[in-house]
Design a protein around this ligand. Structure first.
Ligand SMILES: [Zn+2]
Length: 88
């Protein structure tokens, strides 16, 4: 009985790998090989791509603002919008 949709759950070790490197990727701290690997996964995986976009937006907000921590509500709002938009 397997009813898991392709974009609703993390898709496995590739996701864990990509998500673990997401911040380093955003900070351009990854080597060429790792960065390419993360990018390839983001091209493939809607779930990780939306997560990446959330982090990207958050990073910009944090940079612009003076708070160190984004409120959880902001994070959820961005996430909801992106996930909602990504649905077919
Ligand atoms: Zn993924």
């Amino acid at each position: 009985m397997s009813t898991s949709g392709p974009s609703e759950q993390p898709c496995g070790s590739g996701c864990a790998d990509a998500l673990a490197r997401l911040w380093a990727y955003l900070d351009s701290e990854l080597g060429e090989l790792d960065a390419a690997r993360v990018q390839a996964h983001l091209d493939d995986c809607v779930g990780c791509l939306s997560e990446y976009q959330v982090e990207l937006v958050l990073k910009r907000v944090l940079r612009r603002g003076c708070t160190e921590h984004a409120p959880q509500t902001l994070r959820l709002r961005i996430h909801e919008q992106l996930v909602w938009r990504a649905e077919p």
